[in-house]
Design a binder for this molecule. Structure first.
Ligand code: AMP
Ligand code: GLY
Length: 423
């Protein structure tokens, strides 16, 4: 079987390494992939948003199965375009990917179907948003409607911060058209949990839960990033919470999407906050999270491609999706300066004593060497019997990876370990 994976980050590298384990796979193409994946996939120089070229490549190369991993091509309709040419795909169609592509859509969906989430108001013009902010409860949360590279959310601790966020999104258009409409929502408090789930629109199989570390610096300080590390499972996600989520959030969401004529097939990501009043949805993503995937998929015992093909064929109920009861930790090594400005082009050296998975997110090939090529460069991932061992192992193995200007958080997993100790 020839498989194609659209995307080029650590998530895609993890998916590719997992798909490689399926014996029927003869070749894997990454569009565009990155230099750090060259031993695991054939790199194809086609950007993840170039739908026309992606489809052309798939047809010309007789691709048997395509995995569309990032949000952009999903929202742009890559799956629709591939399926039109008879290429089987894992991932939602555009009319379902809107669950991530538009916060206004997802908030209205949750309100209509009674799915627990923060209270909110939608604004289509700046003046009414500013007027609302004069009197709304503070802190408040301002969200750009559309995709904004994970940066379209501002937690405003004061009215002025809230106003500035509205002005920069709606007037200065810092996120382009994504900020034409904004959601102003209630500030929620509680631990956050990420849950990814396979679904074919009929059956939903939640994966092991995880915890992201979004801020750039230790102690959850600094700017928001795409994610500086993850652990799985998340100790806040108890059996009871899981049951409640299934009943009040997960199943109602797939039913709501079906009722709207927008059946969701693929990986649905639930960003949850466990509040005093129960679990609530912070955000939906229409895809695997990154770096969540880097800790979740290594714990998956069932063959990933078998699951993905079952999702595509709408026969997920036939598959038993099993996870190991071990724990995993991913420490992201980034380029110093990220998420702001940073330099790239430094050789990445991994010594042979490493006993971890390395999933490469931002690398390129220069003079036959793999060099840094992005903000988040790679994830060092270890799986062990306990979370404590997994965290220690990941930090032990970070030492075996070197590149100039490397930086990483020193406290990935600390919060989770503290919670486990308190129990
Ligand atoms: P999002 O891009 O929607 O995941 O938001 C980024 C981060 O902002 C989340 O992971 C939360 O930490 C925080 N956040 C988003 N919405 C809220 C909210 N209503 N209350 C408190 N924090 C929030
Ligand atoms: N790590 C969060 C995300 O993938 O959106």
């Amino acid at each position: 079987m020839k498989v194609m994976v659209v995307g080029g980050g650590g998530r895609e590298h993890t998916i590719i390494k997992k798909i490689k384990q399926n014996k029927s796979v003869t070749q894997i193409f990454a569009l565009p992939g990155n230099g750090g994946m060259k031993d695991d996939a054939t790199l194809v120089d086609i950007g993840a948003k170039d739908i026309e070229k992606i489809v052309q490549f798939a047809v010309e190369n007789k691709i048997d199965f395509a995995v569309v991993a990032p949000d952009d091509p999903l929202v742009l309709g890559a799956v629709d375009a591939l399926e039109e040419k008879g290429i089987k795909c894992f991932g939602p169609k555009a009319n379902a990917a809107i669950i991530e592509g538009s916060k206004v859509f997802s908030k209205n969906l949750m309100k209509k179907y009674g799915i627990p989430t923060a209270e909110y108001e939608v604004f289509t013009d700046k003046d009414s948003a500013l007027k609302y902010i004069e009197t709304c409860p503070i802190p408040t949360v301002i969200k750009a409607d559309g995709l904004a590279l994970g940066k379209g959310v501002v937690i405003a601790m004061t009215r002025d911060e809230a106003k500035n966020a509205v002005i920069s999104m709606m007037e200065d258009k810092i996120f382009g058209e994504s900020g034409s409409n904004v959601v102003v929502e209630e500030f929620l408090e509680g631990p956050e949990v990420s849950v990814l789930a396979f679904t074919d629109g009929k059956t939903l199989c939640p994966m092991v839960s995880s915890m992201d570390h979004k801020r750039a610096l230790d102690g959850d300080k600094g700017l928001n990033t795409g994610g500086m590390g993850t652990i799985a499972p998340n100790p806040c996600y108890t059996k009871e919470v899981a049951q409640e989520c299934m009943k009040t959030i997960f199943l109602p969401t797939i039913e709501a999407m079906n009722k709207e004529g927008r059946t969701f097939k693929g990986c649905l990501y639930f960003g949850l906050m466990i509040t005093k009043n129960g679990p609530k949805v912070i955000e939906y993503n229409c895809r695997f999270g990154d770096p969540e995937t880097q800790v979740v998929l290594p714990l998956l015992e069932t063959d990933l491609l078998d699951i993905m093909m079952a999702v595509a064929d709408e026969r997920l109920e036939e598959i038993e999706v099993k996870f190991s009861d071990k724990s995993a930790c991913c420490v992201v090594m980034a380029s110093n300066g990220y998420p702001g400005k940073y330099e790239t082009g430094f050789e990445i050296k991994i010594d042979s004593n490493i006993k971890a998975d390395v999933f490469v997110a931002g690398a390129k090939i220069k003079d036959n060497k793999v060099v840094t090529g992005g903000g988040r460069v790679l994830g060092v991932v270890c799986v062990e019997d306990t979370l404590e061992k997994a965290v220690n192992a990941a930090y032990e193995n970070v030492k075996h990876v070197t590149f100039d200007n490397a930086f990483y958080r020193k406290d990935i997993g600390k919060r989770a370990l503290d919670i486990i100790k308190e129990k």
